[in-house]
Design a binder for this molecule. Structure first.
Ligand SMILES: [Cu+2]
Length: 352
């Protein structure tokens, strides 16, 4: 039988590996549903990395298996292996290929990041500090010493002004920098809950995030205690909430539904329970929800509003009467709450 040339075998192997890798990359099914404009861009770079990873896996593991079988030690062969040392061409080759891959992925990821608005947040802050830089250098160049001494004060003022605007996070999509967002929600992370406040809706407060579909939404994130991270896997978006440093997350949800919000920064003993939901409504549903919530909040009496709001919010157990505190357990024990001890004098709500 005539020997098949090695170059031909390599070519065929290369084609087969490429086809398998592309197939695995585009059918990996590893990611959740896509529910924001950022998701397709993030998924495409993820899939490219899976394609490259699959090819490398097949080549490396394939070579190990092939060599282990093809060059296994024959029976009764106790001789040494062939001494091999150094191969400059091979070393250049296996340094250059990963370098090209890593640089390519780096450029690609910056492009995806830009598309998501990662480069447009804090533009105001950047502009003003750049302008200050110019102003101060002209002052230094032309002015007498008393003006120059004012420069640090001017710079300090500028940075004070910027303290209230987020410099970190995700801003408007490219081309939409001049447009104001359709919906603004202030998000506060605390041990161990997310709180949502709608500044344009009479500071309405909720424990889940409600937003309309296909609208430009801006979240202003902050934290009251430690660093938390606001992560919506279905949106492919994650942004830290940092005490004292406001951050921003601007996005467009593209699919109505209910999606998980997960805290992705280890923030204490109940970090694992720091979950919430984002509900993406159609425009009409969102307006209906708003009206309903506003009616709730401004309800016939204030106590009712507080009760309905607090039902959804984390409970401060120190403010509860004994009967209220035990109510969830009494059901489990088969005891009527009215039979529970009523030691404290303010247990006026017992039996509810
Ligand atoms: Cu947290």
């Amino acid at each position: 039988m005539k020997q098949i040339p090695a170059s031909l075998l390599t070519l065929v192997a290369g084609i087969v590996i490429t086809l398998i890798s592309f197939w695995v990359g585009s059918h990996n099914n590893l990611l959740p549903i896509q529910a924001s404009t950022a998701a397709p861009a993030v998924d495409s770079i993820f899939n490219v990395m899976v394609i490259i990873g699959t090819a490398l896996f097949i080549i490396v593991e394939g070579a190990i298996l092939y060599f282990a079988i093809r060059y296994r030690r024959p029976k009764d062969d106790d001789s040494d292996g062939v001494p091999l040392e150094g191969n400059l061409q091979l070393e250049i080759f296996w340094t250059a290929i990963p370098a090209i891959i890593v640089i390519g992925l780096g450029v690609y990821s910056v492009d995806v990041y830009r598309e998501m608005g990662g480069l447009s947040v804090g533009e105001h802050a950047m502009h003003s500090s750049m302008m200050m830089g110019q102003a101060s250098s002209t002052l230094v160049a032309q002015a007498p010493s008393d003006v120059v001494s004012d420069v640090p004060t001017l710079l300090a003022d500028a940075s004070d002004d910027d303290a209230s605007t987020a410099k970190y996070g995700f801003g408007a999509a490219p081309g939409a920098e001049e447009q104001a967002p359709d919906v603004v929600v202030n998000v506060t992370g605390m041990q161990f809950a997310w709180l949502y406040e709608y500044p344009n809706e009479d500071d309405l407060m909720t424990a889940e995030l409600h937003i309309p579909v296909n609208k430009d939404v801006q979240l202003n994130l902050e934290a009251t205690d430690v660093i938390h991270s606001f992560w919506v896997p279905a949106f492919r978006l994650k942004q830290d909430a940092i005490p004292g440093k406001p951050t921003q997350l601007r996005f467009v949800a593209t699919r109505p539904g209910t999606y998980d919000v997960v805290c992705a920064e280890l923030c204490g003993s109940y970090h694992g329970g720091m979950r919430s939901e984002v509900i993406v409504h159609t425009e009409e549903e969102y307006q209906e929800w708003l009206v309903e919530e506003m009616e709730y909040a401004m309800g016939s009496n204030d106590e009712g509003a507080i009760a309905s709001a607090s039902a959804a919010l984390p409970v401060d157990t120190t403010q509860l009467s004994t009967a209220e505190y035990l109510a969830p357990y009494s059901e489990e024990w088969g005891v009527s709450p009215t039979h529970l001890p009523q030691h404290d004098h303010h247990s006026g709500h017992h039996g509810m």
